[in-house]
Design a protein around this ligand. Structure first.
Ligand SMILES: Cc1cc2nc3c(=O)[nH]c(=O)nc-3n(C[C@H](O)[C@H](O)[C@H](O)COP(=O)(O)OP(=O)(O)OC[C@H]3O[C@@H](n4cnc5c(N)ncnc54)[C@H](O)[C@@H]3O)c2cc1C
Length: 387
């Protein structure tokens, strides 16, 4: 009798690998997920918890589609993922920042997204602990929050219930190709897994998996810190972001970019962010960065000064030069799919990424066009990356 080989091997047990395993196993495919550490031991276990949106282009389509998927998945997944649709507010601390929010409001409303401006006291009516000196905000009622580790575990658990194999503490060390350069097997620290299809969902480490099949994937780590406070009674109802947040995301020439991001979990802990810097694969805490982050957050929420921090961590965002993920089958290696490079939106975009990958592999009609997410888009562009 012929042994049962997996239809698909997913490399990486973060939110993206978990969502790919989930959607593929829902389609009846025999899925085998391999993770070097524990589930969510990479960036998906070292981040914030906003289900947000991007304002324009395919990024907007991905985030809006994924946000809708979360709303129904929260009801179906086997674990409570702490999904709360409380909305996000982008906050301006200067008239210039407010004018930028007004322009954003016009832009996104004309694309059919719901949002409304909050001026002066209207902002304090929604979030009374904010500084009265802030100018105003832009509220997106459809944005949400989720607990990323629980979400990753829930997708993995649901995949297991559809007979997926989840192999943790197992590192992928090589990929075997056939004579015709198609995928043949995955080599791991726990043996060889024959398969014809691989999904590279290794986040910031995806480039090293690409090199195993001879392709260059322009993804590098972009470090970000988070400070976690002790649990406190409810202080932040929504999820708060600096009006300059997207400038910080797009600022790729500076060594360091800092923007306020604040949210409170169901347990009462407040998570303070955020920072962006290129520091290789180093995840150690940089105290100067933490000082800059806390200073920025205190400007928006002065009451933080009386709350203790209990934990600080850093995660590695998978960064691509155009800040969009790669969701594609590599032209050079049939059967080798890439689902990586989600930078600061991977928790948000997890479900739509998993669904698109599953639709590509099973030959179904795609929910969204993926041409703009191809690996080959970097072949023409200047794909110089920083490490
Ligand atoms: C400070 C910070 C705040 C953030 N806030 C948000 C937010 O509010 N909302 C949002 O949507 N996103 C946010 N993000 C971004 C989000 O966390 C990432 O985009 C997302 O976690 C990436 O998921 P991933 O599955 O691609 O990568 P990861 O979670 O890093 O998973 C990749 C996995 O691959 C495994 N791996 C690597 N190499 C191998 C190998 N050879 N063999 C086996 N396994 C391997 C790793 O161990 C890892 O577990 C934030 C990120 C940071 C750093």
């Amino acid at each position: 009798m012929e042994a049962m080989f997996p239809d698909v091997v997913v490399i990486g047990g973060g939110i993206i690998g978990a969502c790919c395993a989930y959607y593929l196993s829902q389609e009846g495919l025999n899925v085998h997920l391999v993770e070097r550490g524990g589930i969510a031991s990479g960036c998906s276990g070292a981040c914030q918890f906003g289900i947000g949106h991007i304002n324009t282009g395919i990024g907007r389509d991905l985030t809006v589609a994924s946000g809708r998927l979360y709303a129904s998945l929260a009801e179906q997944l086997p674990l409570d993922i702490e999904y709360d649709r409380t909305g996000n507010i982008y906050i301006a601390d200067s008239p210039k920042g407010m004018r930028a929010l007004e322009r954003t409001a016009q832009l996104v409303q004309s694309a059919g997204m719901r949002c409304h401006l909050l001026r002066g006291k209207e902002l304090l009516d929604v979030e009374p602990y904010l500084s009265p000196e802030l100018v105003g905000g832009l509220f997106f009622p459809d944005d949400a929050k989720v607990q990323p580790i629980l979400a990753t575990l829930a997708f993995v658990q649901a995949a297991k219930e559809k007979r997926a194999t989840i192999q943790t503490f197992t590192e992928v060390t090589g990929i075997e190709l056939s004579a015709s350069k198609t995928v043949a097997a995955v080599h791991t620290t726990n043996g060889r897994i024959p398969t014809k299809i691989i999904v590279n969902a290794a986040g910031a480490w995806s480039a090293s998996i690409g090199r195993m099949v001879g392709i260059e994937i322009p993804i590098v780590p972009r470090k970000g810190h988070i400070v976690v406070t002790e649990p406190v009674p409810p202080m932040i109802r929504t999820y708060l972001l600096d009006a300059s947040y997207f400038e910080a995301v797009e600022e790729d020439r500076q060594a360091l970019a800092v923007a306020m991001v604040l949210g409170q979990t169901r347990s009462g802990n407040i998570l303070l962010g955020s920072s962006r810097q290129f520091a290789g694969f180093d995840r150690s805490v940089d105290h100067e960065v933490i000082h800059a982050m806390i200073t920025r957050c205190l400007r928006f929420l002065p009451a933080l000064a009386n709350i203790h921090a209990i934990r600080i961590y850093a995660g590695l965002r998978p960064y691509t030069p155009d800040l969009l993920p790669i969701i594609d089958e590599a032209d050079e290696v049939p059967g080798f799919y890439i689902a990586a490079g989600h930078e600061g939106e991977g928790i948000t975009m997890g479900p739509i990424t998993g669904k698109l990958i599953s639709q590509m592999i099973t030959g179904q009609e795609l929910d969204l066009p993926v041409e703009a997410l191809s690996l080959s888009r970097f072949a023409q562009a200047d794909s110089s990356v920083r490490v």
